[in-house]
Design a protein around this ligand. Structure first.
Ligand SMILES: Nc1nc2c(c(=O)[nH]1)N[C@H]1C(S)=C(S)[C@@H](COP(=O)(O)OP(=O)(O)OC[C@H]3O[C@@H](n4cnc5c(=O)[nH]c(N)nc54)[C@H](O)[C@@H]3O)O[C@H]1N2
Ligand SMILES: Nc1nc2c(c(=O)[nH]1)N[C@H]1C(S)=C(S)[C@@H](COP(=O)(O)OP(=O)(O)OC[C@H]3O[C@@H](n4cnc5c(=O)[nH]c(N)nc54)[C@H](O)[C@@H]3O)O[C@H]1N2
Ligand code: SF4
Ligand SMILES: [Mo]
Length: 693
């Protein structure tokens, strides 16, 4: 049994145990203990007393400390000395780097206004102080009137879809799935993308629940489920409507619930006849008999818990799929039962004092928003006014992770664009920077964390000195503020001050949770009742009722499902979460990257045969937007018409464009979300070559 902070008696005196939390973009938001020997963190262990973490981290974070010590870690500020993209840099002092940045900021603000600066923040770190949850740096961006960065790359379409029906993007507490009688793992590969939830699903199974995974691909999660339903990608709205149609036909909808808690059911119900299972079979590829059998299970197994993934909504109609899933739970009355309803993201349950953190009051006028997934289009738009002249990238690697890869690179290559990238490693995006700045890693800075798949808040105490010359993100912003000679005192608050302001909240979720208690304990559960049913007393809509889509919404939804298809490219490419890496993070770790088959594309035997492709062949994956080359794998885990790979490869490691060269910069139906999984391609043989050569 490994020790935890507080077990001081059990550890030698040179050893320190420090509370921490994982900063990565993962729903599980693990709490960990860092063992520090002298000055050196030597071990990370998941907190055993944390109900969600339960003593385990994951295979990726097993390499986190190795990453902090990696010989390729960025340790100095750098200035570009070769052409953009060449990756040629020289070390400079911090003062030189900050002077160069503030000169460019001042020039851009004077000539084009603050909105010519785009603070492009990614999901590399989700902390409230150093990372995305608190939109680190927002105070500074507000003070200088920079453009607003709209975080559209990941989950927004689904959040908006849920909010249209329930008034909020919040779903149920994922832990409540342990009380479900039927669990639908819908477009989510939990065993890979957030494995800690699986133990709650297993609890449900131990008391007799049936687990269905709904995914075009036979993933790790599918293999552990009781049943697999494989719709064609991007057809889930039809599948859900088919199920609701069947529930109505079986008189299995909860009439009392619909009458008392919802609006718009009669109109919605009136549209259902066109979604009979036989029609749905044609659209989705799911046999009508499977749809009727699942509807029968839904009718007979309350509570029905649905875990919806972000993968599900990376499609043209993705926002409305989440909305319709919410409708399924309303039709059965499941929102009213513990263990019933939809789980998506618990983000908004954490009632921290964001106003004090963000300081939007520093803005002197409203600013425009720029969408994260339109980076290429925005940088290349000749009519944009003001143009983007300064791009400040932090916690992001858009050359690898954003859609429209060639367009992004074209934009980043603009000679008149001044780009700063703050990171831990010399990523593909760093290669296009004018200045690269080294950031601290999680063992080296202070932060506060939530988890978007649970209800626990966590403290991350610095456990070691910053590596090399690296600085925390907050310190970088303090130095830029000083370089700009800004007077606003809050721009110079210490990390601890920021923590205090953030926790200074009257929100009931934080009752009894203070900086002191959190720092002492490392994690605490938010104050929500046991067996929490979020909408037991009503929904967060204006009417207080669940809102079914109107007839007009309904038609738009169904149309959106097919808007991205392109008959010239018959294969749907799904580039999803890899078990061994996270987005483009860890792809430079040879051990993890070596385990991940992320660079290979998997075809069904039928699609491989018809193209003359054998396992190990080099192939071209292409569409009208771009192409990349890779190795083929063949497996019946993917159905005909679908090809699969994992996301995140670095161009400089694979030696050319990657999957996002084929993904379009196009908005989903709601919130301007990204459509990564709505990507039609074809695959052709390049040359026959054994993968082991
Ligand atoms: N190990 C690991 N963990 C991660 C990440 C990672 O890269 N690696 N990424 C993190 C991030 S940023 C996020 S947002 C989450 C994402 O985690 P998930 O929500 O699990 O998202 P994806 O892996 O994109 O897709 C999940 C599943 O959706 C399926 N899918 C795709 N299209 C459709 C569809 O139209 N219908 C249905 N029913 N299913 C579909 C895919 O085949 C895939 O198996 O995970 C986080 N956790
Ligand atoms: N084809 C395809 N593409 C996808 C997806 C997909 O499903 N398919 N998924 C999308 C999704 S869901 C997401 S969320 C995006 C993620 O895309 P990004 O937000 O670009 O995330 P990463 O690619 O992981 O890059 C994060 C970078 O932040 C750095 N970093 C980590 N911590 C810190 C820190 O504290 N400070 C600073 N300055 N840097 C730090 C890491 O080293 C890393 O280089 O990718 C998207 N891209
Ligand atoms: S990546 Fe996810 S599962 Fe792994 S340690 Fe971090 S929060 Fe936990
Ligand atoms: Mo994401």
């Amino acid at each position: 049994m490994s020790a935890e902070p507080g077990d001081v008696a059990s550890v030698p005196s040179a050893i320190k145990l420090v509370h921490g939390a994982c900063p990565l973009d993962c729903p599980d938001g693990c709490s960990w203990t860092v063992t520090v020997d002298g000055d050196e963190p030597v071990k990370l262990a998941g907190r055993k007393d944390h109900p969600f973490t339960a003593g385990a981290l994951c295979v990726k974070v097993g390499q986190y400390l190795e990453q902090t010590r990696s010989p390729s870690r960025l340790l100095n500020p750098k200035r570009r000395v070769g052409p953009k993209g060449s990756g040629k840099f020289e070390d400079v002092e911090w003062s030189t780097a900050i002077d160069m940045i503030t000169d460019q900021f001042e020039h851009a603000i004077e000539r084009w206004g603050g909105e010519s600066i785009w603070p492009y923040q990614g999901t590399g770190n989700l902390g409230y102080i150093q990372g995305l949850q608190g939109k680190s740096g927002r105070r500074l961006w507000n003070a200088i009137g920079a453009s607003r960065h709209d975080m559209t790359i990941c989950s927004i379409a689904g959040q908006e879809g849920l909010a249209q029906s329930t008034g909020t993007s919040l779903g149920i507490d994922p832990e409540s799935l342990a009380a479900s009688q039927l669990v639908l793992m819908w477009g989510v590969n939990t065993v890979t993308s957030g494995h800690h939830l699986w133990k709650f699903v297993q609890q449900a199974r131990r008391h007799g629940a049936w687990i269905v995974a709904i995914d075009p691909i036979r993933t790790r999660t599918v293999k552990l489920a009781d049943e697999h339903i494989a719709p064609r990608p991007g057809t889930d709205a039809h599948l859900i409507l088919g199920l609701i149609h069947e529930l109505v036909a079986r008189e299995a909808v909860d009439v009392d619930y619909l009458e008392s808690m919802t609006n718009g059911w009669p109109d919605f119900r009136g549209r259902l006849p066109e979604f009979a299972p036989t029609a749905i079979e044609k659209t989705t590829g799911v046999p009508a008999s499977v749809i009727t059998r699942l509807a029968a299970r839904i009718a007979s197994s309350p509570p029905v818990g649905i875990r919806a993934g972000m993968g599900l909504q990376r499609h043209a109609g993705g926002g409305n799929v989440l909305r319709l899933l919410a409708c399924l739970s309303a039709a059965t009355g499941d929102w009213g039962r513990y263990g019933g309803g939809v789980s998506y993201s618990t983000d908004g349950y954490f009632g921290l004092n964001r106003a004090a953190l963000d300081r939007d009051d520093l803005q002197t006028r409203p600013v425009r928003g720029l969408s994260m997934t339109r980076l290429g289009d925005t940088l290349n738009d000749p009519n944009l006014s003001p143009p983007v002249k300064v791009l400040f990238v932090y916690g992001a690697n858009p050359v690898a992770s954003a859609p429209g890869q060639a367009n992004v690179i074209r934009g980043l290559s603009r000679e008149d664009l001044f780009t700063v990238v703050v990171d831990h490693f010399q990523t593909d995006t760093c290669d296009y920077a004018d200045i690269v700045l080294p950031a601290t890693m999680q063992t080296e800075h202070l932060d506060i964390h939530d988890g978007y798949g649970h209800m626990y808040i966590a403290w991350n105490e610095p456990a070691a000195a910053p590596a090399g010359q690296s600085l925390s993100t907050t310190e970088i912003f303090r130095r830029i503020a000083a370089g700009l000679r800004l007077r606003e005192p809050c721009l110079y608050d210490s990390d601890f001050d920021i923590a205090r302001q953030l926790m200074d909240s009257t929100h009931p979720s934080l009752a009894g949770i203070t900086v002191q208690s959190l720092r002492e304990q490392g994690w605490q559960r938010l104050n929500y009742p046991d067996e929490f049913v979020p909408f037991a007393d009503g929904f967060r809509t204006a009417s207080g009722k669940f809102e079914f889509p109107t007839s007009a919404d309904f038609s738009a939804q169904v149309a959106a499902e097919t808007s991205g298809s392109d008959a010239r490219y018959p294969l749907s490419l799904l580039a999803t979460a890899s078990h061994y890496t996270l987005n483009s993070t860890f792809l430079n770790n040879e051990l993890l990257a070596g385990k991940s088959s992320g660079t290979a594309v998997t075809l069904s035997p039928a699609d491989a045969d018809s193209r003359g492709i054998a396992a190990g062949c080099r192939v071209r994956v292409f569409n009208s937007r771009g192409e990349f080359s890779t190795c083929a794998e063949i497996s019946d885990a993917v159905p005909p018409g679908v090809v699969a790979m994992t996301k995140g490869s670095w161009l400089k490691i694979v030696g050319g464009p990657t999957v996002n060269a084929t993904v379009e910069e196009r908005d989903a139906d709601l919130g301007g979300g990204a459509v990564f999984h709505d990507n039609n391609v074809d695959v052709a043989l390049l040359d026959r070559k054994d993968i082991d050569d």
